[in-house]
Design a protein. Structure first.
Length: 57
């Protein structure tokens, strides 16, 4: 029984860690990181400029 509980606790810890890492990458790092395919702009800045260009047309 104790072994099963330890395995469950380990699984939940790993699952939580993976979730936290995914959240960091997708919510914090990627939106701020510069992308070469977007003229070295962050995705947020690229989208902002894109939608501003649409308004001026």
């Amino acid at each position: 029984m104790r072994s099963l509980l330890n395995q469950l606790a380990y699984f939940l810890t790993v699952l939580r860690s993976r979730s936290d890492i995914f959240d960091y990458i997708e919510m914090f790092y990627n939106p701020k990181r510069r992308h070469s395919s977007a003229m070295q702009l962050s995705p947020i800045e690229y989208e902002k400029r894109y939608f501003l260009s649409l308004e001026s047309v």
